[in-house]
Design a protein. Sequence first.
Length: 86
Amino acid sequence: MYIEDTFRILNLSIRPGLRFEKSRLRSFGGDNALKDYDFKAITPAFGLDYKFGSSGVNVFANYARVFKAPDVGESLYASGNVRGNI
């Protein structure tokens, strides 16, 4: 789910946004029972866009935080089913 809006003040556009991310990983736990691992995150984003008059030149800057669910190797390590390095 994602929400974003744009606010304009003269030649400056401001774009705040929020994203809700949810991921589920199904893996075997340390007792060899199937277990669900749920990961949830709210990640912000923020952008600025400045237009220099009628020259057609814009300057844009953006910031966003990302969410990454564990990959297969990380999930195996977390479950305790793997020994040593992956």
